[in-house]
Design a protein around this ligand. Structure first.
Ligand SMILES: Nc1ncnc2c1ncn2[C@@H]1O[C@H](COP(=O)(O)OP(=O)(O)OP(=O)(O)O)[C@@H](O)[C@H]1O
Ligand code: SF4
Ligand SMILES: [Mg+2]
Length: 335
């Protein structure tokens, strides 16, 4: 649960959110009791392996869950008000004007037969009731804001590079002056240099427009420069949540440690990605207790029985039996 002091300062609160998908008569719990808060202008990252529930979390916040999804418990609040996240129509007003999403792979998201300026102007006309002329002026301003000369707006998506198309997607996301941008792997399909440019752009826009940012990625190395806080997800649950410095320099959860160890670091001779042994769990047949226990080098007997709670430990939260707050308190008391 989110506490009251968090709640007062927060722009967005995700509180005990659980989402299940129906799949061939079976139920798959994609996210389980996910809680976090985002303050105005804050940048957080959701990081985890494929299938850990990052996109489901983002889609739930934006009210974009697929038709076979069900919010089985929890809620999302925006400026203290509960959002109707399971009602696509009711969420339409909120999307674009308060929370916008930038997806991976702009080529699929942009309409290939319309010039990009038209595609940016459209939400301005629809959501801000601007005339076509006003919307065109705004679209040109937005293109300049994301680093594209306004006269390139006459191009069709296929005439732009991957990085430029992703900038167009960001311009569209900003069209209705949202307070939160969710970037779901916004740089995954891009080369390393373009990826760095897009992340830099998001960082600049964030401070210029006081935007909150939820950056979703499976690549921990991209968040250090861009985000304030990192939430590590595993099998649909948050397993660790801390500042970038805490997560990178003193990770507590064994999965976070392995994720950090997997990042190549030429400074210490680690040139290759070192994958984590074993596979992510099958969520239809989730392991009992801590879902990470079959892969965890520190697993103990109780790990296969009891699901660890996400306990608050100082400024961070950790879900691991090695770090139960009661145990750490006892250790500190005897130190
Ligand atoms: N529409 C759907 N119907 C059924 N299952 C789904 C659906 N969308 C996602 N899932 C399942 O829910 C779980 C979480 O998926 P999700 O896409 O949220 O993970 P992710 O962390 O974003 O992964 P990736 O890094 O691959 O994008 C996975 O087991 C996935 O197979
Ligand atoms: S609870 Fe146990 S299995 Fe899970 S991460 Fe902690 S030590 Fe490993
Ligand atoms: Mg995803």
């Amino acid at each position: 649960m989110i506490n009251c002091s968090q709640s007062r300062a927060s722009l967005l609160e995700v509180d005990g959110l659980t989402v299940e998908y129906r799949l061939k008569g079976l139920s798959l719990r994609a996210i389980d009791d996910v809680s976090f808060a985002v303050r105005p202008g804050e940048a957080i990252a959701l990081v985890g392996e494929s299938g850990s529930g990052k996109t489901t979390t983002a889609m739930a916040i934006a009210g974009l869950l697929s038709s076979n999804a069900r919010v089985s418990s929890g809620e999302v609040r925006y400026r203290g008000n509960r959002l109707p996240i399971d009602n696509d129509n009711a969420m339409r007003l909120h999307r674009w004007s308060e929370t916008s999403v930038v997806f991976q792979g702009a080529m699929n998201a942009l309409n290939p037969v319309h010039r990009v300026i038209k595609q940016i102007a459209e939400p301005c006309m629809l959501k801000l009731s601007m005339s076509r002329d006003q919307a065109t002026v705004r679209a040109k301003e937005l293109l300049e804001l994301v680093g594209i000369p306004a006269d390139r707006g006459t191009a069709y998506p296929h005439q732009l590079s991957g990085g430029m198309r992703q900038r167009v997607m960001i311009a569209m996301a900003l069209a209705c002056r949202p307070s939160i941008i969710i970037g779901d792997e916004p740089t995954t399909a891009l080369d390393v240099i373009t990826q760095a440019q897009i992340l830099k752009l998001l960082g600049e826009l964030r401070s210029r427009l006081n935007l909150a940012l939820i950056l979703i990625t499976h690549d921990l190395s991209v968040v250090a420069e861009t985000c304030d806080r990192v939430m590590i997800m595993y099998a649909g649950r948050i397993v660790e949540d801390g500042t970038v410095a805490e997560i990178f320099t003193k990770p507590k959860h064994p999965y976070t440690r392995l994720l950090i160890d997997s990042i190549p670091n030429p400074a210490n001779g680690k040139k290759m990605i070192r994958p984590i042994a074993g596979d992510p769990p099958n969520l239809i047949n989730r392991p009992p207790g801590c879902a990470f226990h079959p892969r965890c080098p520190s697993a103990m007997g109780e790990c296969a029985i009891e699901i660890p709670r996400l306990d608050k430990l100082g400024s961070r939260r950790v879900a691991c039996h090695l770090h139960r707050s009661s145990l750490e308190d006892k250790v500190a008391a005897h130190a």
